[in-house]
Design a protein around this ligand. Structure first.
Ligand code: UT7
Length: 338
């Protein structure tokens, strides 16, 4: 019988500090009107002292494990998708593993920027389907603010920090990821990147004092490529699942810009009401946007058991990915530590 990986728990965490558009307009030449009309974003969350990618990831993971009703001993793998790790080494997943007391588990990170959740969901599901793992804690977490140039109005208004996590569990019932389509265009890294801070361009004093350590983006070009990329990838994922857009109860897209999402809806011929959005409160939290949106959509009753949902994302790499998921908890679960 085919093995599947059901999503049996989910959760999210954001920093407590809220940064409104009004606050940003005291820092750069922008306005609440411009940001809302061009992006749909009203506010975002930014970390304070003591918070980091792993603290957000740990809190989101705790919520997902509580929802799944599982203990640390029930998890046999921890994966974190992030482009903003706590440290170059070890993997942020190892720090989350330690913080949660998960002792009998492998732990590693995945770096696919804004596409990280769909990439990671695909990897985690494959590891369960191949029998390598039975129950995986998978978290997507980013502290984008660490790389934001607070003097650059083209980018600083767009991003926020956050984390979303899921618990995936082996089942013979057809829940969880049904299909995924992933792609990359490494030759277009110039359109969206953090140039310095790695081995290619180390953070010397001179580089650290320049803009090269910040996130840079060609917004207009990314906008066009994101709309086209998510449209094509959505079709590819649907075709692989042998399902259509009409079968989807909800589309949960990467939350970068309301206008991007509206353009995708129009190109796909789907009413915008079918797209779940919460970007007005969090901005673009990179890999975390989709699991954060999933968590809130379920809490608001937008996603129900036994419905199909389409996920689609696009971001740095360039990378893109879409997936069809059947939402729901299997009627029988793997044994859980009491
Ligand atoms: O996670 C995936 C990665 N990111 C994305 O998907 C983002 C993709 N891109 C976008 O969302 C949009 O391109 C932006 C929101 C970044 C920009 O929106 P736009 O409608 O493409 O604006 P634009 O770049 O064409 O700029 C229009 C004008 C420019 O002024 P001029 O040259 O026309 O005088 C900008 O300088 O708006 C100006 N501008 C601003 N004005 C006020 C740019 N940023 C701001 C700002 N406040 N924050």
């Amino acid at each position: 019988m085919a093995l599947h990986a059901a999503i049996v728990g989910w959760g999210m965490s954001v920093p407590t500090r809220v940064v409104t558009n009004a606050e940003l307009s005291t820092m750069v030449d922008t306005s609440d009107e411009w940001i809302q009309s061009r992006t749909g974003i009203k506010e975002r969350r930014i970390i304070s002292n003591g918070e980091s990618t792993s603290t957000l990831a740990t809190a989101a993971s705790r919520a997902a494990m509580a929802m799944a009703g599982v203990q640390a001993a029930d998890i046999d793998m921890v994966i974190v998708a992030t482009f903003s790790p706590d440290r170059p080494m070890p993997a942020t997943a190892c720090r989350v593993q330690a913080a949660l007391g998960i002792t009998n588990a492998a732990a590693f990170d995945i770096a696919a920027a804004c596409s990280g959740f769909v990439y990671g969901l695909t990897v985690a599901t494959s590891l369960i389907q191949s029998g390598v793992a039975k129950r995986i804690l998978f978290c997507a977490a980013d502290v984008v603010s660490h790389y934001v140039n607070w003097n650059d109005r083209n980018t600083c208004v767009l991003f926020g920090d956050g984390a979303g996590a899921v618990v995936l569990e082996a089942t013979d019932q057809p829940y969880g990821l049904l299909s995924s389509d992933m792609g990359a265009a490494g030759d277009r890294e110039d359109l969206l990147m953090v140039e310095a801070g790695g081995t290619c361009l180390p953070l010397t004093a001179e580089v650290a004092a320049s803009d090269r350590r910040f996130l840079s983006m060609n917004g207009r070009e990314i906008f066009k490529l994101a709309v086209r990329g998510m449209e094509e990838s959505s079709h590819a994922a649907l075709n692989k699942a042998n399902l259509t857009l009409a079968d989807m109860a909800v589309v949960v897209p990467h939350q970068a810009n309301q206008r991007i999402i509206e353009a995708i809806a129009e190109r796909l011929g789907v009413p915008i009401q079918k797209f779940y959005m919460n970007l007005e409160r969090y901005g673009n939290t990179s890999a975390a946007t989709i699991p954060m949106a999933l968590t809130e959509a379920v809490a608001e009753g937008v996603i129900h058991n036994d419905t199909y949902i389409l996920l689609t994302a696009f971001g740095g790499g360039l990378t893109w990915a879409s997936a069809v998921v059947r939402w729901g908890i299997p009627s029988t679960r793997l044994p859980i530590t009491q």
